[in-house]
Ligand binder design. Structure first.
Ligand SMILES: CC(C)(COP(=O)(O)OP(=O)(O)OC[C@H]1O[C@@H](n2cnc3c(N)ncnc32)[C@H](O)[C@@H]1OP(=O)(O)O)[C@@H](O)C(=O)NCCC(=O)NCCS
Length: 128
């Protein structure tokens, strides 16, 4: 399972791929990982807040609603667990992801200047 997610991650983040061991460690440290043939999402919950650690969809499968569906699955799980807020950060240049999060109801709540190799990180949150 972790090998397949790692292959998918490499296609989604070619400049900073995570190996299978990193996904294994994330799972061991308490992260939730939901993955299918074409997509994955990883999140961590601390008390009544959750943070999206990573999300990616196979380049050939993008634009068909897979990311929205995965965010929906995550949100349902979090609501059942009593989580009240979801947090994330995203590169200010990642228009696809920013649009995705806005479409799913996330609001910008701050910035970390030059966080990703000189590019700002936009901080976003959603109350659920
Ligand atoms: C961001 C990503 C996960 C979106 O996955 P996806 O399955 O293609 O997204 P969806 O089909 O569910 O799209 C949902 C919405 O996201 C936005 N969106 C998705 N791709 C977009 C693009 N290329 N340009 C602009 N907006 C885009 C749109 O608002 C879209 O809604 P619409 O189709 O009604 O316009 C995918 O592009 C990806 O894996 N990118 C590389 C990894 C990455 O950047 N992850 C996020 C790190 S924070």
């Amino acid at each position: 399972m972790f090998n397949k997610i790692s292959e998918l991650h490499k296609l989604c983040f070619p400049h900073r791929p995570w190996g299978a061991d990193e996904f294994r460690d994330l799972k061991k440290s308490g992260c939730e990982i939901v993955a299918s043939e074409n997509g994955f999402i990883v999140w961590r919950t601390v008390c009544d807040e959750a943070e999206i650690i990573s999300i990616g969809v196979h380049p050939d499968a993008r634009g068909s609603g897979i990311a929205i569906a995965m965010l929906g699955i995550m949100e349902n799980e979090l609501k059942k667990a009593g989580v009240k807020k979801i947090l994330l950060d995203v590169s200010a240049e990642n228009t696809a992801a920013i649009n995705l999060y806005k479409k799913c109801g996330f609001m910008e709540n701050g910035r970390r200047p030059k966080y990703y190799d000189g590019i700002d990180a936009i901080l976003m949150e959603k109350n659920i």
